[in-house]
Design a protein around this ligand. Structure first.
Ligand code: GLP
Length: 244
């Protein structure tokens, strides 16, 4: 695990954008793993700027997102498909057919289970993820792999923890339905990525960051599993690193 501490969130985003650009330029058909939440927005803004400046084309890029809520449609403003379209996909030259998020449109458990396992198959048939971008939840989750998730888990349905629902409440309007289920790439699926880059910024992440880096390998802090990945890079701003 390589830990990089930079002064500001902007520096974290620029560092991550350089790594993404590098992977996109080295591979004729790059496969990126993407994440949502407020942390990667600055990274996507930077990638969009580089695309608009003519430095970066997404024409041959394939993407797989970590997770999607169950119980809201893709057109819902809080769906992760909506988020990705708004912050990246609709602003660059990516072929929409090459952008993948777990299909969470059905409420039928059997269909959802099938969708989850076919997601892992699509990732492997694409040749695997060259670079996976991750954030971290305040409780140490990655994707929606909440504490106690198995380190060998595959893409599947997860019930969100109370603390995750509380942390993400800010994105939903007062009284609006907030999903408590999601489909998430499993930890085992994430670990198959060739390189993993986890971004964390702000004081609220300091305790989870400390657990991930200095704590024991523990399913109570799912992100601690990254200690075992050969090419995991953790990029922090000073606030997120302040408890190390
Ligand atoms: C959600 C996402 C995670 C993300 C986390 C942190 O729970 N499923 O992938 O890392 O939020 O988001 P933020 O960057 O907004 O703190």
């Amino acid at each position: 695990m390589q830990v990089i501490i930079l002064p500001t969130p902007k520096d974290v985003a620029l560092y991550a954008a350089n790594r993404v650009e590098d992977v996109m330029k080295r591979n004729s058909h790059p496969v990126l793993g993407l994440s949502t939440g407020s942390t990667p927005i600055a990274l996507y803004n930077e990638l969009v700027s580089r695309h608009k400046a003519g430095w970066l084309s997404f024409k041959h890029t394939t993407t797989f997102n970590l997770d999607e809520y169950i119980g809201i449609t893709e057109s819902h403003k809080q769906s992760y498909r909506f988020f990705m379209n708004k912050h990246l996909f609709h602003l660059v030259d990516i072929d929409e057919a090459n952008t993948h998020l777990p299909l969470a449109a059905s409420l039928e458990p059997d269909i959802l289970h099938q969708d989850a396992s076919s997601y892992d198959l699509s990732i492997s048939s694409s040749g695997g993820i060259d670079l996976q971008i991750l954030g971290i939840g305040e409780n140490g989750h990655i994707g929606f792999n909440e504490p106690t998730s198995s380190f060998s888990s595959r893409t599947r349905i997860k019930t969100l923890s109370k603390s995750t629902i509380a942390a993400n409440k800010r994105f939903f309007k007062e009284g609006e339905f907030q999903p408590h289920l999601a489909i998430t790439m499993g930890i085992g699926t994430i670990l198959e990525s060739k390189v993993i880059l986890l971004m964390a910024t702000g004081k609220a992440k300091a305790s989870a960051v400390k657990e991930m880096i200095e704590g024991p390998l523990s399913s109570m802090c799912p992100a601690s599993v990254l200690q075992q990945h050969e090419k995991a890079i953790i990029v922090l701003d000073e606030e997120a690193a302040s408890s190390l």
